[in-house]
Design a protein around this ligand. Structure first.
Ligand SMILES: [Zn+2]
Length: 260
Protein backbone atom coordinates (compact mmCIF):
# COMPACT_ATOMS: atom_id res chain seq x y z
CA UNK A 1 0.00 0.00 0.00
CA UNK A 2 2.85 2.31 0.87
CA UNK A 3 4.24 1.58 -2.55
CA UNK A 4 0.99 2.69 -4.18
CA UNK A 5 1.03 5.92 -2.18
CA UNK A 6 4.60 6.61 -3.24
CA UNK A 7 3.61 6.01 -6.84
CA UNK A 8 0.67 8.36 -6.41
CA UNK A 9 3.05 11.03 -5.19
CA UNK A 10 5.35 10.41 -8.15
CA UNK A 11 2.35 10.50 -10.47
CA UNK A 12 1.31 13.87 -9.07
CA UNK A 13 4.86 15.12 -9.55
CA UNK A 14 4.94 13.88 -13.12
CA UNK A 15 1.53 15.46 -13.71
CA UNK A 16 2.67 18.92 -12.64
CA UNK A 17 5.71 18.76 -14.92
CA UNK A 18 3.69 17.58 -17.89
CA UNK A 19 0.99 20.11 -17.21
CA UNK A 20 3.52 22.96 -17.17
CA UNK A 21 4.62 21.75 -20.56
CA UNK A 22 1.00 21.80 -21.68
CA UNK A 23 0.47 25.35 -20.44
CA UNK A 24 3.62 26.24 -22.36
CA UNK A 25 1.95 24.59 -25.34
CA UNK A 26 -1.08 26.78 -24.65
CA UNK A 27 0.55 29.62 -26.56
CA UNK A 28 0.08 27.49 -29.63
CA UNK A 29 -3.66 27.23 -29.09
CA UNK A 30 -4.09 24.36 -26.62
CA UNK A 31 -5.28 26.64 -23.79
CA UNK A 32 -5.57 25.41 -20.22
CA UNK A 33 -6.03 21.74 -20.72
CA UNK A 34 -9.00 20.51 -18.67
CA UNK A 35 -9.25 17.35 -20.79
CA UNK A 36 -5.81 16.42 -19.52
CA UNK A 37 -7.01 16.66 -15.92
CA UNK A 38 -10.34 14.91 -16.57
CA UNK A 39 -9.17 12.14 -18.91
CA UNK A 40 -5.43 11.63 -18.92
CA UNK A 41 -4.71 11.98 -15.19
CA UNK A 42 -7.29 9.32 -14.14
CA UNK A 43 -5.92 6.98 -16.84
CA UNK A 44 -2.38 7.61 -15.59
CA UNK A 45 -3.47 6.78 -12.04
CA UNK A 46 -4.91 3.47 -13.31
CA UNK A 47 -1.60 2.78 -15.06
CA UNK A 48 0.38 3.55 -11.89
CA UNK A 49 -1.83 1.21 -9.84
CA UNK A 50 -1.34 -1.53 -12.45
CA UNK A 51 2.44 -1.02 -12.28
CA UNK A 52 2.38 -1.18 -8.49
CA UNK A 53 0.38 -4.42 -8.60
CA UNK A 54 2.90 -6.09 -10.92
CA UNK A 55 5.75 -5.05 -8.66
CA UNK A 56 3.96 -6.35 -5.57
CA UNK A 57 3.00 -9.67 -7.22
CA UNK A 58 6.57 -10.03 -8.47
CA UNK A 59 8.06 -9.15 -5.07
CA UNK A 60 5.87 -11.76 -3.42
CA UNK A 61 6.31 -14.66 -5.85
CA UNK A 62 9.98 -14.02 -6.59
CA UNK A 63 10.60 -14.95 -2.95
CA UNK A 64 8.63 -18.22 -3.03
CA UNK A 65 10.59 -21.15 -4.55
CA UNK A 66 8.80 -23.33 -7.09
CA UNK A 67 8.26 -26.92 -6.00
CA UNK A 68 10.57 -28.51 -8.59
CA UNK A 69 13.42 -26.07 -8.00
CA UNK A 70 13.69 -25.23 -11.69
CA UNK A 71 15.30 -21.98 -12.83
CA UNK A 72 13.51 -19.74 -15.32
CA UNK A 73 16.10 -20.67 -17.95
CA UNK A 74 15.54 -24.41 -17.37
CA UNK A 75 11.77 -24.01 -17.58
CA UNK A 76 12.13 -21.94 -20.77
CA UNK A 77 14.43 -24.59 -22.31
CA UNK A 78 11.95 -27.37 -21.50
CA UNK A 79 9.05 -25.55 -23.15
CA UNK A 80 11.08 -24.47 -26.19
CA UNK A 81 12.42 -28.00 -26.73
CA UNK A 82 8.95 -29.53 -26.39
CA UNK A 83 7.95 -27.32 -29.35
CA UNK A 84 11.01 -28.30 -31.40
CA UNK A 85 12.51 -24.84 -30.87
CA UNK A 86 15.97 -26.19 -29.92
CA UNK A 87 17.56 -23.44 -32.00
CA UNK A 88 16.03 -20.57 -29.98
CA UNK A 89 18.70 -19.39 -27.49
CA UNK A 90 17.99 -18.15 -23.98
CA UNK A 91 20.21 -15.24 -22.96
CA UNK A 92 20.55 -13.14 -19.81
CA UNK A 93 19.84 -9.39 -19.92
CA UNK A 94 20.54 -6.90 -17.16
CA UNK A 95 17.83 -5.29 -15.03
CA UNK A 96 14.65 -6.35 -13.27
CA UNK A 97 11.47 -7.25 -15.17
CA UNK A 98 13.37 -6.54 -18.41
CA UNK A 99 12.48 -10.00 -19.77
CA UNK A 100 11.48 -10.12 -23.42
CA UNK A 101 11.43 -12.12 -26.61
CA UNK A 102 13.32 -10.50 -29.49
CA UNK A 103 11.76 -11.59 -32.80
CA UNK A 104 14.62 -10.06 -34.82
CA UNK A 105 17.29 -12.23 -33.21
CA UNK A 106 14.77 -14.96 -32.26
CA UNK A 107 16.09 -15.03 -28.68
CA UNK A 108 14.39 -15.33 -25.31
CA UNK A 109 16.04 -12.73 -23.05
CA UNK A 110 15.63 -13.19 -19.32
CA UNK A 111 16.64 -10.89 -16.48
CA UNK A 112 19.18 -12.36 -14.00
CA UNK A 113 16.55 -13.10 -11.30
CA UNK A 114 14.34 -14.91 -13.79
CA UNK A 115 17.19 -16.65 -15.64
CA UNK A 116 18.85 -18.23 -12.62
CA UNK A 117 16.12 -17.79 -10.00
CA UNK A 118 14.08 -20.81 -8.88
CA UNK A 119 11.02 -18.87 -7.74
CA UNK A 120 7.41 -19.18 -8.88
CA UNK A 121 7.74 -15.77 -10.59
CA UNK A 122 10.87 -16.95 -12.47
CA UNK A 123 9.20 -19.92 -14.16
CA UNK A 124 6.04 -17.88 -14.88
CA UNK A 125 7.84 -14.99 -16.56
CA UNK A 126 10.19 -17.32 -18.45
CA UNK A 127 7.22 -19.35 -19.71
CA UNK A 128 5.45 -16.16 -20.82
CA UNK A 129 8.43 -15.02 -22.90
CA UNK A 130 8.66 -18.48 -24.44
CA UNK A 131 4.96 -18.05 -25.27
CA UNK A 132 6.03 -15.16 -27.52
CA UNK A 133 8.74 -17.33 -29.11
CA UNK A 134 6.10 -19.97 -29.92
CA UNK A 135 3.76 -17.29 -31.33
CA UNK A 136 6.62 -16.16 -33.56
CA UNK A 137 7.40 -19.71 -34.72
CA UNK A 138 3.72 -20.45 -35.40
CA UNK A 139 3.12 -17.11 -37.19
CA UNK A 140 0.36 -16.29 -34.71
CA UNK A 141 -1.84 -13.81 -36.58
CA UNK A 142 -2.29 -10.97 -34.00
CA UNK A 143 1.48 -11.05 -33.50
CA UNK A 144 2.04 -10.53 -37.22
CA UNK A 145 -0.46 -7.66 -37.26
CA UNK A 146 1.31 -6.10 -34.29
CA UNK A 147 4.75 -6.34 -35.93
CA UNK A 148 3.34 -4.91 -39.17
CA UNK A 149 1.85 -1.82 -37.53
CA UNK A 150 4.91 -0.90 -35.40
CA UNK A 151 6.46 1.29 -38.18
CA UNK A 152 3.06 2.91 -38.89
CA UNK A 153 2.61 3.65 -35.17
CA UNK A 154 6.13 5.11 -34.90
CA UNK A 155 5.54 7.34 -37.91
CA UNK A 156 2.00 8.30 -36.86
CA UNK A 157 2.90 9.19 -33.29
CA UNK A 158 5.98 11.19 -34.27
CA UNK A 159 4.27 13.57 -36.71
CA UNK A 160 0.71 13.68 -35.30
CA UNK A 161 1.33 16.44 -32.70
CA UNK A 162 3.12 18.58 -35.29
CA UNK A 163 0.15 18.31 -37.68
CA UNK A 164 -2.34 19.04 -34.88
CA UNK A 165 -0.46 22.21 -33.84
CA UNK A 166 -0.25 23.49 -37.42
CA UNK A 167 -3.91 22.63 -38.00
CA UNK A 168 -4.99 24.51 -34.88
CA UNK A 169 -2.83 27.58 -35.55
CA UNK A 170 -3.64 27.99 -39.24
CA UNK A 171 -7.40 28.42 -39.46
CA UNK A 172 -7.72 27.20 -43.06
CA UNK A 173 -5.78 24.04 -42.33
CA UNK A 174 -7.90 22.39 -39.62
CA UNK A 175 -8.08 19.23 -41.72
CA UNK A 176 -4.40 18.79 -40.90
CA UNK A 177 -5.28 18.63 -37.19
CA UNK A 178 -7.86 15.91 -37.90
CA UNK A 179 -5.29 14.03 -39.94
CA UNK A 180 -3.01 14.32 -36.90
CA UNK A 181 -5.74 12.81 -34.70
CA UNK A 182 -6.14 9.88 -37.13
CA UNK A 183 -2.38 9.32 -37.12
CA UNK A 184 -2.32 9.54 -33.32
CA UNK A 185 -5.00 6.82 -33.17
CA UNK A 186 -2.44 4.34 -34.51
CA UNK A 187 -0.94 4.32 -31.00
CA UNK A 188 -4.29 3.18 -29.58
CA UNK A 189 -4.67 0.57 -32.32
CA UNK A 190 -1.20 -0.72 -31.47
CA UNK A 191 -2.10 -1.00 -27.77
CA UNK A 192 -5.33 -2.79 -28.73
CA UNK A 193 -3.55 -5.37 -30.91
CA UNK A 194 -1.00 -5.90 -28.12
CA UNK A 195 -3.73 -7.27 -25.82
CA UNK A 196 -4.48 -10.58 -27.63
CA UNK A 197 -0.73 -11.12 -28.11
CA UNK A 198 -0.01 -10.71 -24.39
CA UNK A 199 -3.04 -12.65 -23.14
CA UNK A 200 -2.26 -15.48 -25.54
CA UNK A 201 1.41 -15.66 -24.44
CA UNK A 202 0.26 -15.98 -20.82
CA UNK A 203 -2.36 -18.61 -21.71
CA UNK A 204 0.33 -20.63 -23.51
CA UNK A 205 2.61 -20.24 -20.49
CA UNK A 206 -0.06 -21.56 -18.11
CA UNK A 207 -0.79 -24.55 -20.39
CA UNK A 208 2.87 -25.44 -20.80
CA UNK A 209 3.91 -25.25 -17.17
CA UNK A 210 1.02 -27.55 -16.31
CA UNK A 211 1.28 -30.07 -19.16
CA UNK A 212 5.07 -30.39 -18.86
CA UNK A 213 4.87 -30.68 -15.07
CA UNK A 214 7.03 -27.59 -14.57
CA UNK A 215 4.72 -26.22 -11.89
CA UNK A 216 2.59 -27.81 -9.20
CA UNK A 217 -1.04 -26.70 -8.83
CA UNK A 218 0.03 -24.41 -6.02
CA UNK A 219 2.88 -22.92 -8.13
CA UNK A 220 0.46 -22.43 -11.02
CA UNK A 221 -1.81 -20.27 -8.86
CA UNK A 222 1.11 -17.92 -8.12
CA UNK A 223 2.18 -17.87 -11.76
CA UNK A 224 -1.34 -16.92 -12.76
CA UNK A 225 -1.32 -14.00 -10.29
CA UNK A 226 1.98 -12.64 -11.61
CA UNK A 227 0.95 -13.00 -15.26
CA UNK A 228 -2.53 -11.53 -14.69
CA UNK A 229 -1.01 -8.51 -12.94
CA UNK A 230 1.39 -8.08 -15.87
CA UNK A 231 -1.47 -8.34 -18.37
CA UNK A 232 -3.33 -5.57 -16.55
CA UNK A 233 -0.48 -3.13 -17.31
CA UNK A 234 -1.25 -3.64 -21.02
CA UNK A 235 -4.95 -2.98 -20.37
CA UNK A 236 -3.95 0.17 -18.48
CA UNK A 237 -1.72 1.24 -21.38
CA UNK A 238 -4.70 0.90 -23.71
CA UNK A 239 -6.88 2.98 -21.38
CA UNK A 240 -4.16 5.67 -21.18
CA UNK A 241 -3.80 5.89 -24.94
CA UNK A 242 -7.60 5.95 -25.40
CA UNK A 243 -7.81 8.84 -22.91
CA UNK A 244 -5.03 10.74 -24.73
CA UNK A 245 -6.70 10.14 -28.08
CA UNK A 246 -10.08 11.35 -26.82
CA UNK A 247 -8.44 14.44 -25.27
CA UNK A 248 -6.68 15.34 -28.51
CA UNK A 249 -9.86 14.79 -30.50
CA UNK A 250 -11.82 17.05 -28.12
CA UNK A 251 -9.15 19.76 -28.35
CA UNK A 252 -9.21 19.65 -32.15
CA UNK A 253 -13.02 19.64 -32.41
CA UNK A 254 -13.08 22.49 -29.83
CA UNK A 255 -10.62 24.33 -32.08
CA UNK A 256 -13.19 24.16 -34.86
CA UNK A 257 -16.12 25.43 -32.76
CA UNK A 258 -14.07 28.40 -31.47
CA UNK A 259 -13.61 29.56 -35.04
CA UNK A 260 -17.31 29.64 -35.94
ZN1 LIG B 1 4.59 -10.46 -23.19
Amino acid sequence: MLEVLTLFAQGAQRYSETNNAMIGGGYYGFGIDYYYILLVIPAMIIALIAQARVKSAYNKYSKIPNSRGLTGAQAARMILDSHGLHYVPITMVQGQLTDNFNPTTNTVNLSPDVYSGTSIASIGIAAHEVGHAIQHAEHYFPNKVRSAIIPITNFGSSISMFLILIGLVLSQMLWLAYLGVILYSTVTIFQLVTLPVEFNASARAMNQIRSLGIASDEDAKGVRKVLTAAAMTYVAALITSLASLLRIFLIVSGGRSRRR
